[in-house]
Design a protein. Structure first.
Length: 213
């Protein structure tokens, strides 16, 4: 029997869409949905996550929380926060986003306005299938300092330098832990369970931190 690989997400593209139409779509679709939208150069991409996509996203979010705890960093989880910039006519809803370095600036905020508030410090996109929109250019234009991209097997880390992303080996937020190894824990969770794997991940992080003390 040939195994059929199930898709992790579906992507729908709409062309020749104005910026105002995109903003109207966001309002009319509301927030009670699991699809995520992105806009650039007249293209709207609607991504609907399936199990593999969403499970990977949620697991990595748990691991980011563990990292912040072990590094002694505060965190504000902003999830698929709708990020729009009227001046750029660009918009996106990442799989996960986090305020860490700027957490204190937004701690009590219920609404984020990128005209006056900083963008998230870290954004994660899970892309088992490649997006038609260049997320590197999009999030760089918005000034997001660190961008993670996970494709189901590899976690790539990008740091914003001079207005453009450079791929790096180590996260600037969690500099002493090789977070590019997170995919092994995503895989382990499928075998050992998420709680057991989270414990193992925490022990691994502690070990890495103790080795640099």
């Amino acid at each position: 029997m040939v195994a059929i690989k199930q898709p992790a997400e579906t992507r729908t593209l709409l062309h020749n869409i104005s910026w105002q139409t995109f903003k109207t779509m966001l309002l009319e679709m509301g927030t009670e949905r699991n699809s995520r939208l992105a806009y650039e150069n007249g293209i709207v991409e609607i991504m609907s996550p399936l199990m593999a996509h969403e499970n990977s996203n949620r697991l990595i979010e748990v691991f980011v929380g563990v990292l912040c705890e072990e590094f002694g960093l505060e965190i504000k989880r902003s999830g698929s926060l709708t990020l729009t910039r009227d001046d750029l006519e660009r918009g996106a809803e990442p799989d996960s986003s986090y305020y860490i370095q700027n957490e204190a600036l937004v701690r009590n905020k219920e609404n984020i306005d990128l005209a006056t508030d900083p963008p998230p410090d870290l954004v994660l996109e899970v892309e088992y299938s490649r997006s038609a929109i260049d997320k590197l250019k999009l999030y760089a234009a918005m000034g997001v300092p660190e961008f993670w991209r996970y494709n189901g097997s590899t976690l790539r880390i990008y740091t914003l330098v001079g207005g453009q992303y450079s791929e790096v080996q180590m996260s600037m937020t969690f500099a002493s832990v090789p977070v590019r190894e997170i995919p092994q824990f995503v895989l382990a969770a499928k075998q050992n369970g998420e709680v057991s794997t989270t414990r193992a991940f925490r022990a691994w992080v502690k070990g890495k931190l103790s080795s640099v003390d």
